[in-house]
Design a protein around this ligand. Structure first.
Ligand code: CA
Length: 222
């Protein structure tokens, strides 16, 4: 999953980028509100974390412009402690959730996971589950019938994306756009290697190849 972080406080931004990357998210970081208006609308982010106090353009204004332009990406806003008016304005402007600074990194992680499940119609799942496989996002492993299967970090990222899009045909370019940040090189051969390794661990039938279209995560019958 690819996230955009808009935060002008550099030490906090550094910490968040490092933490989110460890959890297998591809993160692009911006500090200026004007840049955010453009990039948030032009790159295919799965979720956006938006600070409200920003140089260039206030976060609230950025959010209003995104929503007015039709952007439906889930947005979590970061607000100052005690500022209930800011939270209300943010929710009215189209934020999906908020977090008050300072916050515990784990709370951010859990909110991101919940927002992504909700955005994919899986709000009823406290843990990602698709046809017999359960994904533990905090430990980055998957289990079937209570038996754990270890994953590398690249396999985990890929499987999480598949499980959030179970049953859908995903092209290689779509996968690459959502698994790598804007700075990374996107190599579809590497993607193929990871798909094949996942098949080796989970069973060939789990990920179907659609000739000329891409892949479809079907899951095995429960
Ligand atoms: Ca700020």
């Amino acid at each position: 999953m690819r996230l955009l972080l808009v935060e002008d406080h550099v030490p906090l931004a550094d910490e968040l980028v490092a933490g989110l990357s460890r959890q297998g998210y591809a993160v692009d970081w911006l500090a200026d509100g004007r840049d955010a208006v453009y990039q948030g609308a032009s790159e295919p982010y799965d979720l956006i974390i938006l600070d409200l106090g920003l140089p260039g353009k206030p976060g609230l204004e950025v959010l209003r412009e995104w929503r007015a332009g039709g952007l439906a990406t889930p947005v979590l806003i970061l607000t100052a402690r005690g500022s209930w008016a800011e939270r209300i304005d943010g929710l009215k402007a189209g934020a999906d959730d908020y977090l008050t600074k300072p916050f515990h990194p784990e709370e951010l992680t859990l909110r991101i996971q919940a927002l992504l499940r909700r955005a994919h119609g899986l709000a009823n799942q406290p843990q990602l589950e698709a046809a017999g496989l359960q994904l533990d996002e905090s430990r980055q492993c998957v289990s079937r019938d209570g038996k754990e299967i270890e994953l590398t970090s690249a396999e985990f990222r890929l499987l999480r994306y598949f499980m959030l899009h179970a049953g859908q045909i995903l092209s290689k370019s779509q996968l690459a756009e959502h698994l790598y940040d804007g700075e990374s090189e996107r190599d579809s051969n590497v993607l193929e290697v990871h798909v094949n390794r996942l098949r080796g661990k989970l069973g060939r039938e789990v990920i179907e190849t659609r000739r000329g279209q891409g892949y479809r995560y079907a899951g095995v019958s429960a």
